[in-house]
Design a binder for this molecule. Sequence first.
Ligand code: ZN
Length: 294
Amino acid sequence: MAPSTVVAEFCERLDAADPETAARRAAAWLHVCMGRTAPPIEPYHAARLVGIRDVRELALPCAGMLVPIRAGGFIARIKRSDPLARRRFTLGHEIGHALLAGPRHVQHRRPVTCAQALDVETLCDQIAAELLMPSPAFEEAAGRVRRVADVWALARQFQVSFRAVAVQMARRDIPVAVVRWRRKSLPKKPEALRVEWQSSPRGVFIPLRASAAGDSLVTAAFTSQQPARGRERLDLGTLRGEYEVDAVPWSSSRVGPAEVLSIIQLRPTPADAGEPAAWRLSSVRDAPHDQTHS
Ligand SMILES: [Zn+2]
């Protein structure tokens, strides 16, 4: 079956107009079955509901794998060396594959590894995100995010990664952009703090590898190795104007601080009153969702 047919069939089964709605409904169904909508959600419990009979943590070359068994159902294999938040998300993703497979496809299929078509992988990630960050508890908590530390707090509360929180905030149109900056040089360009990764709501575009201005809060946080916070003028993709920014130095490895995490508030602030806001949620709410999250 072609991947797009798999996704279309899943949407039809859930009477959903698009994959995002289907993912939400599937997760909501699992929450009802588990009798739980408050974090942290236990994916090991949800796995049993979709026919995953055992979850085995092993040394794997990929994050996870779903293996159908002869007796019916599946065994999920999860990469043992991944952090707990990642392992939980991977299991949520495999739960997605189990839901997509449906009971009549269970037997004698090859293992489902994470090298399937992009739309299937994206849908399984959405199912994992909706399962682990249930609505409306997530939106309510995410709506209060003002600083980088708030995203870390959500990651702890929902037991998912920082990145998973940022991606879900974007999907839920929380008016905040999360940007990870890394010091790097490009061919024929000087070394600078550049956008390594970003997650922002639909209608906002922040180009990868765009550099931070020398006098920006992000640069100040990197140079001083102290958090920097305030209001500053940005010229970053579609973000042009004044924004509240919170920047925090961060290191993803033991080699030393090389990165900065920043939050850009997209909500109109009192200073915007009476003049056109550089970005308004209402004007882009109906725009097509053109982001693909891995
Ligand atoms: Zn996958």
